[in-house]
Design a protein around this ligand. Structure first.
Ligand code: FAD
Length: 278
């Protein structure tokens, strides 16, 4: 069982628990992006098993009649075994999801995975005419070129600042530089991406900028934020815009929870308060 301290960021160990959380979000006009926790597999068996669990999750979403889509990590479904295994498993997930009209996001991992991730995304976004989306990271120097390539692909793009500690040759490491790139890419997305933009950020400045760009260009878009982070803002924005909460669940919650705890001082204080019972 997930300890109460982690349950702010992780919806449970089972799909049933996660779907219960999704229902409570839907009641407040927030949609969900379900992520089965798991990454960095180097053998085929766990990658195939998680791909199969995602296919079952599609049926669970349909049976529960909730407003939810999926987000999968390439290294969870086989990229560490080989790009062909990843592509095959992603294809199986997208096939099942498309049959039930469930959208599939592909998360972006470290820079060594970017080419294979974009290639697989482009293949299935074209094959399934837009039922797939991909995440791109503002901290990577290559992202401007990647967005130019993706502009005529019929899927959605989620822009984030980037969660991986990348070397200076491939990434901007200074926060101000990343923020500047985020704004530039956001402007490009709202100008060029008719098929849909996702603003994956909790940053009030970026959220405000997205609202301005939407008012100017009218491009369809959604806000995406993580479970347990600025939830008040999520519920406030949901009165006016499409808002999705990224909802992780599953037995492998500890690593994800540790990341959330260490990335911000206030999360750590929240954790300590929970441990100390205050
Ligand atoms: P930051 O630059 O971290 O913070 C800016 C401001 O936002 C802060 O000053 C504060 O005002 C507010 N804020 C941020 N966090 C908090 C908090 N915990 N509590 C209160 N206020 C806060 N990264 C990847 O590399 N690949 C992915 O596939 C990926 N998918 C993601 C999907 C979603 C839906 C989201 C929301 C993020 C994803 N990320 C991904 C993570 C992303 O790259 C960032 O690491 C993360 O979102 C933090 O950046 P930020 O834009 O929220 O703002």
């Amino acid at each position: 069982m997930i300890p109460p301290i982690a349950s702010r960021f992780v919806a449970g160990e089972t799909a049933a628990e996660a779907l219960e959380h999704v229902e409570s979000l839907n009641d407040r006009n927030v949609s969900a992006i379900l992520n089965l926790l798991g990454e960095h597999y180097h053998e085929r068996a766990p990658a195939d098993a998680d791909a199969e669990t995602y296919r079952t999750l599609v049926s669970d979403i349909t049976d529960a009649n909730v407003d939810a889509c999926l987000s999968v990590k390439p290294s969870q479904i086989g990229l560490g075994v080989g790009p062909d295994v990843f592509e095959e498993n992603l294809g199986r997930i997208v096939e099942a999801a498309a049959a039930e009209d469930v959208f599939v996001w592909v998360d972006m991992e470290d820079h060594g995975t970017t080419d294979a991730t974009l290639d697989a995304y482009e293949r299935y976004a074209r094959e399934y005419d837009g039922g797939v989306g991909v995440c791109v990271q503002a901290n990577l120097r290559r992202t401007g070129e990647d967005l130019a390539r993706l502009a005529d692909v019929p899927g959605k793009v989620r822009l984030v600042k980037g969660a991986y500690d990348e070397p200076g040759e491939v990434a901007y490491r200074n926060k101000a530089d990343v923020n500047e790139r985020y704004r530039q890419h956001l402007e490009f997305l709202f100008r060029e991406f008719d098929s849909g933009v996702a603003v994956g950020s909790h940053d009030p400045a970026m959220i405000e900028y997205a609202r301005e760009l939407h008012a100017e260009h009218g491009t369809p878009f959604e806000f995406q934020m993580l479970m347990g982070v600025r939830e008040d803002a999520q519920f406030d924005l949901a009165g006016e815009y499409d808002v999705y909460q990224y909802v992780p669940y599953g037995g492998k919650w500890f690593q994800y929870f540790s990341r959330r705890m260490t990335e911000r001082r206030e999360n750590l204080l929240f954790g300590l308060r929970a441990i100390l019972g205050r």
